[in-house]
Design a protein around this ligand. Structure first.
Ligand code: ATP
Ligand code: MG
Length: 137
């Protein structure tokens, strides 16, 4: 059974959408096995998004992620990584399918409400960045 790291981003926590987003995960068969609300420092956001450090939107992205609290969570289920990305929808909400989180809630390509790991290796790294083994049951 697979696990993936999900983040409910500041645009969504600010608008009190955590419950509605979690309902989408649960309806898709993803189980929320760990969850906490944290306020990332800019340095922590930069470390998390290090792979994007040369992209033009890196500054905007990391400042946004460190602007207000986020909810970090671990989702578990069969094919959790792909299933979560399906439920999230396309990065740009203008391209997201009906019924997806980003179609319903995202404000823009930057303020797009959720993050989800993109592969087994990144999922393992990202889960370990936020959660200890003791927190994962
Ligand atoms: P995520 O990694 O957040 O789950 P993703 O894999 O769909 O989303 P990436 O290409 O990994 O998208 O980009 C990471 C994040 O950077 C996006 O979720 C978005 O918030 C931001 N981003 C991507 N492209 C742009 C852009 N052109 N302008 C502003 N922000 C962007
Ligand atoms: Mg990504």
């Amino acid at each position: 059974i697979e696990r993936t790291l999900s983040i409910i981003k500041p645009d969504a926590t600010r608008r009190n959408l955590t419950g509605k987003i979690n309902a989408k995960f649960e309806e898709a068969g993803l189980r929320i096995i760990a969850q906490k609300r944290i306020f990332l420092s800019l340095a922590q956001a930069q470390k998390f998004y290090e792979v994007h450090k040369d992209r033009p939107f890196f500054g905007e992205l990391t400042e946004f992620m460190a602007s207000e609290p986020v909810v970090v969570q671990v989702l578990e289920g069969e094919g959790a990584i792909a299933k979560n990305r399906e439920v999230m929808g396309a990065t740009n909400p203008a391209n997201a399918e009906d019924g997806t989180i980003r179609k319903e809630f995202a404000l823009s390509v930057g303020e797009n409400s959720v993050h989800g790991s993109d592969a087994p290796e990144t999922a393992a790294e990202e889960i370990a960045y936020f959660f200890s083994g003791l927190e994962l049951v």
